[in-house]
Structures are given as C-alpha cells and as structure tokens.
Design a protein around this ligand. Structure first.
Ligand code: XCC
Ligand code: SF4
Length: 656
C-alpha cells in the first residue's frame, strides 16, 4: 500500500513542466498541499493507452475487442478479418460523428431558442442585430420583400432547420462556399445533406460488418465534418450574433485575477450562450445585488471560462478566468461561490474539487447532469428561475465561505471580438469594406499568409506553452494569426492580444498592424466561431487574386494542444474545406498505413486540404510556413515577398 502511493507521488510532475499558466501553477501547488488531485496529476498517474492512442484496437463487436500491432500494422486482422485501415477509419469516423453531433446539438438548441424569440414565445431574449438577420436572408435567397423583422426571423429559422433535418440535397450554408471548392465537394460526393442523417450514417456504417473500405469511410467522415463547420456550428455563430449582437473589438480582462475577494464570484463554464446571457441579466438585477450587499459583498462578479466564456468576452467584454485546464484550479482559490455549467468539456473531476473548496457546482442542462453536482434545470421560457437561484446560492456561500481565499493577482488585458464582419470593416473602412487590403498585403508579401490557431489545452502537454510558442513563431515570420477557443485564452494570458504585440511580428506584418492599429493575433471567439475563420477564408477567395478555392490560399490551421472529439471534427472540416491542418500532442492513426497516408497527403491530391502532426511548436510553425510558401509559389506571388524583404533591409540600412 505504502509503496504504491510512493510510486504515484514520484509520477507527479514538477509544476513548471505541466503548465505555463502561472496562476494555474500556483493553484495546482496549493491543491497538492491540500491533498486535492487535479487533472494534471491524474494525467501523470494515468498513462495514455498506447494501443488506443494510435487507434489500433477495435471494440465494435464482442467477438473482440481486437488489438492489432501498430509497429507491424498489416501482420494481423481482427476476428472478423477487419484490417488496420478499417479499424482506424471506423474509430476516427466515430470521433468525428461525436464531435459533429456535439456542435450540431448545440446549434440546434440555438435554433430552437431563435424560433422561440421569433414566434414571441420566448421573451427574455430579442433580436439585437436585425441587419445581420436581413443580410443572412438575402444570402440564403429567402424572399423577404415586405416582411417584418419577425417574419424574416421565422423564415430564416425554417430555412436553417434544414441544416439538421434535411435528408437529401445540400445544407443551406453550402450557398456560401466558394464555387470551385463546392465543385470539388460535389465531384467527391462529400456535400452534407443534413447533420442528423450524416451522423446517423456514420453510426450505421461503422457497425460491425458494414463499411470496410477506408476510402469510402473517409468520404462519410468529410461529409459529417462539413455538416459541423458549414452546418450546426455556423448556425450557432450566426443566430447567436443575431440574438446577442455581432462582436466588434472590446477590451477584456483574462486570468484568475478577475476574481474578487470582496465580491460574490460566479463562474459560467460551458458552451451555450443562453445560460450565460441570462446569468448576466441576473447579476445586473438590482434586487439580487442588494441582497449581496446586505450580506457584506461589494457586488456580484460574473466571470466566464472555456467557450461560452470566450463568446461572452467577445460580445460583451465579460472577464474570463481561463481555459479548460484551469477549470478545476480556479476553485482552489476558494473564491468561487458558484460555478454554473451547461454542456461539453465539463470534467467530472470538478465535483470533488468543488466539494473540497465548498463551491456550488451546478449543472443546468438536461443533456449534462453530473453525479454529485446539484442540478437546477435551465428553461429558456423562464430562464431567470434558474439563474436567480444560482446567484442566491452563491450569495449564501459568500456570506459563509468557510475556506481560505487565495486569488493569484494576475490579470491580462486584451482586445477580443474580431468577427468576420468587423475584419471586413476594419480593413476597408465604412465606405470600402472588404478584404482587398488583406489580399493586397498578402500578394505584395508584407503578410506571408494567415494561420488559424485554435482548440483545446491538454494535460498531456504543458498547458498553453505549445500555443504560445507556435503563435509567436508564426507572427515573427509575418503570418497573421486568427484564434478561437481555449487557444485564444492561452495567448490572452500571455498578454499578446493587443496591438502592442506587433513588436513581436516580422517587419511586414508589423507594418500592416501599425497602419491598421490591429493586433497581429486576432481573437474571434468560441470554438463554434471557427466558422468565422471559414467565412474569412471564403472572403479572401471571393475578393480575388489568391486563387479560386480555399485550397489555393496561403493559409494553414493548427490545434496544438487538442483533446476533444469536437477538435477532430473541426480539424476534418478544415481539411475538407481545403486547409492544411496540423495537430499537436499526437494523432489517432497508425503511420505508414493507407488510411494515414490518405489523410496526410491523398486528400490534398483530391483538391482538399490535408492533415499534419507534431508535438513540437517550432516544427509545427515550420510545417505551416512551408505550406504557406508552397501556396505562394503556386499562386506566383513568392517573388513579390522576396522583393519586400529586400526593401525592408534596404530601408533599415538607410535608417542606420
Ligand atoms: Fe473544450 Fe470549447 Fe477544446 Fe476548450 S477548445 S477544451 S473543446 S472548451 Ni473548444
Ligand atoms: Fe474485432 Fe471485427 Fe469485432 Fe472489431 S468488428 S471487435 S475487429 S471482430
């Protein structure tokens, strides 16, 4: 017994090796002293299963589970005869199905809310951006002449519902896809019909003894992923903007220092905007504020985490405490009076941590209860019933905290909220909105290309470090970086989401940033807001001068510390859209197999993008930059870049 626990202590890693986030590190240290284990420690104790890590095992039926040998992948087959390519393509397909289902389920909830608002049955939310509503109707070719706002909203809802329920044809947002990209999709038969049928299709074809050709499976994988990016996620972003406002740059504070010892602290962690929006209404309710004051608090402090936090920060400047790997650590401060969660990325480990530090952990969504957590269901017809009760619980806990409060006083200010619409405006100004200045600066070589750096944090690698090093390396090489999700928070905590960060950029990118007054790293919002990146890429193609399809653009994507199935779905929809996408940590395939080669090369030959993988941020940057340079060369704009660099050198010489 003794020996066992000694061993487990030895496995615990030094704090500086598991996180770059100072506040999280301090709280991890405190948790260890308090005898509380966080995911960092659990990861050290739980070695990743090496067979599963490479997807060399199958448990699709009970003749197995079957394990193949990743070192010699074609030496064995499963009991049914399934090959390594069948097994790993089925496994990846199910990851994508789950990830796509998660985003589509979220998007469908946003649609239901929108329908309620449009029909007047839900009254706590309204239409904040009627211009975007109208623009979207026009884009989707909905006849709107003479329609009221309400009628337009109902018509748009009916159209967008097809994203999920349609069983044949093409989902509505396919109308936005650049023509040549769409032509490739049609040729390859990967245009999604509707999210439900695509996800159902994957679950059916991955059943034992069904689709056993990795190439055919890969088509279904792409179709299901595209039903996420151009489907459910895009609906979530667009309808969210219409109801809650389209983001434009706003200053926001990030890090544990946003918690206030003398306030009632309430954290919202999850993914859907409605819970958070109503929570915002509750904390601004004078009656509740008065109760908090009566209990000795200076006020109620509402703070976000993870994706709904990133979304609220982008729209309203609500402070953000940190990303996924900080959700347990933040409770170690003792300052969190309540943490309300909805769906996705809610670690079950939160229950124990909340118990120890006497934080109210409250689940609110019918799809996500957690054993040991209190459940107060959020109902959008009467949302305040739930959010007011949470605030009341938090106030009671504040009055009687009963634990030591220790908040790392670290706050990083940054600018967030660069929606696709705002980028359009920022670059062109009111009269000349458009992507011409971006394309021009890419063509003349000041900007080398654009990289989307997104996704999770993962305790298998040092928290935030891979994101930060990768992004610094990219901007140093004149690559403009756009960000979402937990990755955006990693860079925000590094203090780099500010125009002043331009000093870290290469000379060309710096010049553009200084002229426009923008940061070299643009924060776009939550993970469903990756669709803003799709729209930016589409705008670049439509602007002209950089090829005819997304696959022609000098762009690349990365999820350096990914962990979730949603990340795999996102990666695959970027790849299928034409983007070279690199994952850190590792990738669930076996190298030197036909399926792996298809994902990491063959898809590009078909006119799509391709995957890459490396845990090393510098190698990752080099891979992405090499790809960008290859695209520049294919576009014939590699020459202009050399010229600009010479110009800069000459100018510097002159200055000396
Ligand atoms: Fe989850 Fe969205 Fe990943 Fe963060 S980035 S760990 S999915 S919260 Ni989306
Ligand atoms: Fe094994 Fe085939 Fe069953 Fe998979 S489907 S567990 S490979 S027998």
């Amino acid at each position: 017994m003794m020996e066992k626990s000694d061993k487990s202590i030895k496995k615990i890693l030094a704090i500086k090796d598991v996180t770059q986030c100072e506040a999280t590190g301090l709280m991890l240290e405190k948790a260890r002293k308090d005898g509380v284990k966080l995911a960092f420690d659990r990861a050290a104790e739980m070695k990743a299963c090496p067979i599963g890590a490479e997807s060399a095992c199958c448990k699709m039926c009970y003749m197995g589970p079957c394990r193949l040998n990743a070192r010699d992948p074609y030496s064995k087959v499963g009991v049914c005869g399934a090959t390594i390519d069948t097994i790993q393509s089925r496994n990846l397909a199910r990851m994508v199905a789950s990830g796509s289902a998660a985003h589509n389920d979220h998007g469908m909830a946003v649609l239901e809310l929108f329908k309620g608002v449009a029909s007047g049955t839900i009254t706590d939310y309204s239409i904040k951006d009627p211009y975007k509503l109208e623009a979207l109707c026009v884009e989707l070719e909905i006849e709107i002449a003479g329609m009221s706002i309400q009628e337009m909203a109902l018509a748009l809802a009916a159209e967008l519902e097809k994203t999920y329920t349609q069983t044949e044809g093409e989902i509505p947002f396919i109308k936005r896809v650049p023509a040549k990209t769409l032509e490739t999709w049609r040729k390859l038969d990967i245009v999604p019909r509707g999210a439900m049928i695509e996800v159902m299709g994957i679950m059916s074809r991955t059943h034992m003894g069904c689709d056993q050709h990795y190439k055919n499976m890969t088509k279904a994988i792409s179709r299901t992923a595209l039903a996420d990016g151009w489907g459910g996620s895009m609906v979530a972003t667009e309808l969210g903007d219409i109801m809650f406002g389209t983001p434009s740059p706003v200053q926001a504070d990030v890090n544990f220092g946003v918690l206030k010892k003398d306030h009632v602290n309430v954290i919202v962690h999850g993914h859907e905007p409605n819970l958070f929006e109503s929570m915002l209404a509750s904390v601004n309710d004078p009656a509740l504020t008065q109760i908090a004051r009566d209990k000795g608090a200076k006020g109620i402090n509402l703070v976000g985490m993870c994706c709904s936090g990133a979304e609220m920060m982008s729209r309203h400047g609500v402070p953000h405490a940190g990303n996924f790997m900080s959700t347990e650590a933040v409770m170690v401060t003792g300052a969190v009076d309540a943490m309300a969660v909805d769906i996705q990325c809610i670690q079950q480990g939160l229950v124990k941590t909340a118990d120890f530090y006497k934080t109210h952990l409250i689940t609110t969504n019918p799809r996500c209860h957690i054993e040991g957590a209190r459940h107060i269901e959020f109902e959008e017809h009467t949302p305040r019933a739930c959010t007011d009760e949470i605030i009341t619980l938090a106030i009671a806990r504040f009055a009687n905290r009963g634990v030591e409060v220790d908040i790392p006083q670290i706050v990083n200010k940054g600018i967030h909220g660069f929606s696709h619409e705002y980028i359009n405006y920022m670059l062109g100004g009111t009269f000349r909105g458009g992507y011409a200045p971006l394309n021009d600066n890419i063509i003349n070589g000041r900007i080398r290309g654009v990289a989307g750096v997104v996704g999770c944090v993962n305790p298998r690698v040092k928290q935030d470090w891979v994101h930060v090093e990768l992004v610094k390396e990219l901007i140093k090489n004149d690559v403009l970086v756009i960000q979402t999700g937990c990755s955006q928070i990693s860079l925000a905590k590094e203090g780099l989401l500010v125009p002043e960060a331009a000093y870290l950029a290469g000379p060309g990118l710096r010049e553009v940033c200084e002229a426009v007054g923008m940061p070299p790293i643009l924060g776009l919002g939550s993970c469903v807001d990756n669709t803003r990146i799709l729209m930016a890429a589409t705008a670049m193609v439509k602007q002209g001068g950089l090829g005819d399809s997304i696959a022609d653009l000098p762009v690349a994507g990365a999820a350096p510390e990914w962990m979730s199935e949603k990340a795999v779905a996102i990666g695959q929809y970027f790849v299928a859209s034409g983007v070279y996408t690199v994952f850190g940590v590792g990738f669930p395939t076996v190298k030197n197999t036909k399926f792996h080669e298809l994902l990491f090369g063959g898809l590009e030959d078909q006119g799509l993008g391709k995957w890459g993988v490396t845990p090393d941020p510098y190698e990752m940057a080099a891979m992405m930059i090499a790809h960008i340079d290859k695209k520049r060369q294919e576009l014939g704009i590699d020459k202009s870049r050399e010229r600009v660099l010479m110009d800069m050198a000459t100018r510097r010489e002159l200055a000396l």
